[in-house]
Design a protein around this ligand. Structure first.
Ligand SMILES: Cc1ncc(COP(=O)(O)O)c(C=O)c1O
Length: 375
């Protein structure tokens, strides 16, 4: 049997990983400034993470949500404390798309309305509602097409106000920092506007924090920079440091009832152990502080470079926009300097390293990058 060929892949086989480094099957070392697509939050194979998962696996790896699973409550308590949203309610699932799917559905259950406002260049995942709210017609199958989603221009307050006049809005979904869209930071003023319009119109504010959340921006949720709360935050990627786990946290005024949401795998023992290990390491090693400090350092150094068009982002979610003449840089970073980075089309290099990135590794990246842009 062959694999269904949907990914253009680099000809590299990773066999070992530690912190921000990975090694291929020939023993070649690589610096991981990509974090396996913003997933590696506390560093590859962190010893506390490995031990917690191994210990849990030796006890019980999975049982269904038909029994009590106390480690779910432990995870909820820790997440409430670290995120500062202690009065929110946690629903666990398995991926970012699933988190957004549940959030959009829950919003509609809550207020009985249908219209979803999303934004140009948004990416929310590939399941039916999540992909319908994603601004990329190429990945929307005919069966996913719906009139229930309206796309508005990014950060356009007048368009937002007009849409609330025109439609019975169920929810507004927005990334605090657009990832696939090229590291575009939502302004506090725009997020505050969404908050006030949702309040005035009984609509649900959904903060897609799948990529920009979980400490990556230096705050637990990047939307927190606006000083207002969303009604639902969606999470995945960094939540399990590679173990598939996603979730939504839900404001207290949105009520649960039996059967409203459900999942087979979501919230299993092993996933919760991974989630707890991540939060414990984030707390013990002060990784949000590290993301803030090293992110600010990288941005400052990158902004000082003459050939770079623009540097955007917060914490360790950074986009470097390059001119067409430097379109080859990302490939060279990988091939010549053995550094993984991400990309956003057409010419943005995305840095999404582990939140435990060291100064030495940040400098290793900068030295290689300067060389590639001929400084
Ligand atoms: C902002 C955002 N939302 C949702 C998703 C979908 O997450 P997943 O691939 O886990 O379904 C992604 C994935 O890249 C994302 O960046």
């Amino acid at each position: 049997m062959n694999l269904f060929d949907v990914y253009p892949v680099n000809d590299i086989v990773i066999e070992k990983a530690k912190g921000s480094l990975v090694w291929d099957d020939k023993g070649q070392e690589y610096l991981d400034m990509y974090g396996g697509h913003a997933v590696i939050s506390i560093g590859h194979t962190h010893p506390h993470y490995v031990k917690r998962l191994t210990d849990q696996l030796n006890k019980v790896g999975f049982y269904s949500n038909s029994i009590k699973i106390p480690i779910q409550q432990e995870l909820a308590a820790k997440l409430g404390k670290i995120s500062g949203k202690e009065d929110y309610q946690l629903f666990l699932c398995n991926s970012g798309a699933e988190a957004n799917e549940n959030a959009l559905k829950l919003a509609s259950f809550h207020n009985g309305k249908k219209k979803i406002i999303a934004f140009k260049k948004a990416f929310h995942g590939r399941t039916s509602l999540a992909v319908a709210a994603t601004d990329n017609p190429k990945i929307v199958a005919p069966v996913n097409e719906t009139d229930n989603v309206v796309f508005l221009p990014w950060l356009d307050e007048a368009a937002l106000e007009a849409a609330f006049q025109q439609y019975e809005v169920s929810s507004v979904i927005i990334e605090g920092i657009q990832g696939v869209g090229g590291i575009q930071v939502a302004t506090p003023a725009f997020l505050q506007k969404i908050r006030s319009l949702c309040d005035a119109n009984n609509a649900v504010f959904i903060a897609d924090s799948v990529q920009c959340g979980y400490g990556r921006s230096g705050k637990f949720f990047s939307h927190d920079y606006a000083g207002v709360n969303a009604d639902i935050y969606t999470m995945a990627k960094g939540m399990g440091n590679g173990f598939p786990i996603g979730g939504i946290i839900i404001a207290p005024h949105i009520q649960a009832s039996y059967g409203l949401l459900g999942t087979t795998f979501g919230g299993n023992h092993l996933a919760c152990a991974a989630g707890l290990a991540v939060l414990e390491v984030m707390e013990q090693e002060k990784l949000m502080e590290n993301a803030t400090a090293l992110g600010a350092y990288l941005v400052k150094e990158l902004q000082a470079l003459p050939n770079v068009k623009e540097v955007r982002g917060r914490g360790l979610m950074i986009g470097i926009e390059l001119p067409d003449s430097l379109a080859h840089v990302r490939k060279n970073l990988l091939m010549q300097h053995k550094i993984f980075t991400g990309e956003a089309k057409p010419n943005v290099i995305r840095l999404l390293p582990s939140l435990a990135l060291s100064q030495e590794h940040a400098d290793r990246f900068l030295t290689a990058f300067r060389k590639e842009i001929n400084i």
